[in-house]
Design a protein around this ligand. Structure first.
Ligand SMILES: [Fe+2]
Ligand SMILES: [Fe+2]
Length: 166
């Protein structure tokens, strides 16, 4: 997708990266990337689990907070309150899955999991993937085109600058 506004370009790139990560999540948890649950001592599991925890708690959290703080209120003011409310609600649902998912992932690196918990982890991971994937695609199709009209050049520069600076 081709966007003029830097903010939209960045969000779109982050959605692409998210969808790539989720494709990997689906391969791992469906057992297509190797045995699931991983064997004790599997060398690939710890870096994967750590990367997924970090994606959930750092990248996704930061992206969500930016949209909620700087974009959804603008959408609301411009008369697209229904879309803003829907996307906000999806964030809340995704967070309720992401929190126990991150907890269990951390536990795999620490005390380990009982067989039943590996099953719970798989269910959470696949639900997280499905919900976040469809959310990102919905934003690509509905949020970004609206923002493209909404953000003027100065606002875009200001928002993008603040976001990029972290
Ligand atoms: Fe979002
Ligand atoms: Fe997003």
């Amino acid at each position: 997708m081709d966007f003029q506004r830097q903010t939209n370009k960045r969000l779109y790139e982050e959605h692409v990266a998210t969808l790539q990560l989720l494709a990997r999540v689906e391969r791992v948890f469906s057992g297509r990337a190797g045995a699931y649950p991983p064997a004790a001592g599997d060398a690939e599991w710890p870096p994967f689990a750590r990367a997924l925890v970090s994606a959930i708690e750092v990248e996704v959290a930061r992206h969500f907070e930016f949209e909620e703080r700087d974009l959804f209120p603008r959408l609301d003011e411009a008369g697209d309150g229904d879309l803003a409310a829907l996307l906000q609600e999806e964030h809340a649902t995704i967070r309720t899955v992401a929190e126990p998912l991150a907890d269990l992932l951390r536990q795999t690196l620490d005390a380990g999991l009982a067989p039943q918990q590996w099953q719970t982890l798989k269910t959470l991971a696949l639900e997280f993937s499905e919900r976040l994937g469809s959310h990102a695609q919905k934003e690509d199709g509905a949020l970004l085109p609206v923002l493209e009209q909404l953000l003027d050049e100065d606002t875009d520069r200001e928002l993008f600058g603040a976001y990029a600076a972290g």
